[in-house]
Structure formats: structure tokens, C-alpha cells
Design a protein around this ligand. Structure first.
Ligand SMILES: N[C@@H](CCC(=O)N[C@@H](CS)C(=O)NCC(=O)O)C(=O)O
Length: 199
């Protein structure tokens, strides 16, 4: 059985959501960032990690890509190099562009030590708005990022949308908001959150 390691409500949700979408059994191993437990799975102490037998995978997008490839029959990954390139492009966009302002703002608000904190609010709002505009253009009229199929990329992007809404970042895109509504209404996400709450 898979083990999803990390703290409930963090990027761990990307892993539990993915496992729920795939219908795979898993247990949640609760571990806070930089705790001794977490460092046993990830030397950086960062959350989350996935344990699959002897293999430990870290970094949420890599974990989702790994699971999509392993359970290829569920159609959440790529079936050829061209599709893989497109999927990777979305995953990298999600983490490098869309997530970056969300993460930086959170770090400067409450995670960094006082002397390192800077006022990044206006920059983060500007960058996020710019990337939402880019997301709108790239998404076009598709239901999901890869077309009609819900894939690993939608997990990472959907989680960024949830994060943005929770942190009160403006999503000035009708198509973007409709996409986030669609993706965040997935029953698998609700089940993942329930399991995290009960862990
Ligand atoms: N690229 C990693 C980032 C992991 C990450 O930064 N996780 C946060 C919690 S959600 C953390 O552990 N932060 C501690 C730190 O930045 O040192 C991923 O997507 O899993």
C-alpha cells in the first residue's frame, strides 16, 4: 500500500487527491515539515513524499507524474512523448509560474524569519495576475488542461487555484474560474480532504 507522507492541508493534498482519483489504497503518515520523521523520507525536510515499497518519491508534481505513469490505464498521464511534453509543460507552468507568487507571499508573510521578510504583496499580486492571464490564453476552451481528460496537471493546477482562492488572490478570468470550479468540485478531492482530516 502507498504511504503519503506529510502534513494534512499542505501540498500533501496533491498526493492524496491523485491517489483518490486513481482509486489506490494508501495510508497517511503524518509528518511536519523539517521534523525528524519528514527528514527520514526527504533529506530536505520538505513535505510531501510518497512511499511505494522501497521507492521514495519527493516533490508533489513528480509524485503525481510518477503515479500517472504507473497507473497508465487510468488515463491521467501521457501515452506518447508529445503528450508527455504537453503534460510536463503544464506541470512546470503550474509550479514555476502560477505557484511561485503564492508560495513567495506565504513565505514572506509567515514562514521566513523576521529579518528576511520583505513586502512582496504587490509583486505577488502582479505576477499572479499575469500568470492567470497566461493560463486563460493557454487553456482556451478546453475542459481540462489536456483536453477532455482529467490528468495529473489538473491536480497541481487545481491545488494552486484552491490556494489562490484561500489566500484571496484575484482570479480575473472567467474561463479560469470556471476551470477551478470544475476541478475543485471533484469528489476525489473531497474524499482526500476527509481522509486528511481523519488522519
Ligand atoms: N517542490 C516541492 C515543494 C515542497 C514544499 O515546499 N513544501 C512545503 C510545505 S507544503 C515545505 O515543506 N516547506 C518547507 C520549506 O520550504 O523549507 C513540492 O512540490 O512538493
Amino acid at each position: 500500500m502507498y504511504q503519503a507522507v506529510g502534513s494534512p492541508g499542505s501540498r500533501l493534498t496533491r498526493v492524496t487527491w491523485m491517489l483518490e482519483e486513481l482509486g489506490q489504497p494508501y495510508e497517511i503518515v503524518k509528518a511536519k515539515q523539517h521534523s525528524d520523521t519528514m527528514r527520514r523520507y526527504n533529506p530536505t525536510g520538505k513535505v510531501p513524499a510518497l512511499v511505494d515499497g522501497d521507492l521514495v518519491v519527493t516533490d508533489s508534481a513528480a509524485i503525481c507524474a510518477y503515479l500517472a505513469e504507473k497507473h497508465a490505464d487510468k488515463g491521467m498521464g501521457a501515452t506518447n512523448p508529445a503528450e508527455r511534453a504537453e503534460l510536463n509543460s503544464w506541470l512546470f507552468f503550474a509550479q514555476c509560474e502560477l505557484e511561485a507568487p503564492l508560495w513567495n507571499k506565504l513565505k514572506h508573510r509567515m514562514l521566513l524569519s523576521e529579518e528576511l521578510r520583505a513586502e512582496v504583496g504587490p509583486w505577488a499580486a502582479y505576477e499572479f495576475a499575469r500568470e492567470i492571464e497566461n493560463f486563460d490564453k493557454r487553456l482556451g476552451d478546453r475542459t481540462f488542461t489536456m483536453g477532455e481528460r482529467f490528468t495529473a496537471a489538473d491536480i497541481i493546477l487545481g491545488h494552486c487555484g484552491q490556494w489562490a482562492r484561500g489566500a484571496k488572490f484575484e482570479i480575473a478570468s472567467e474561463r479560469g474560474n470556471a476551470y477551478f470550479d470544475r476541478v475543485l468540485a471533484r469528489p476525489a478531492l473531497a474524499r482526500a480532504k476527509e481522509k486528511e482530516a481523519a488522519a
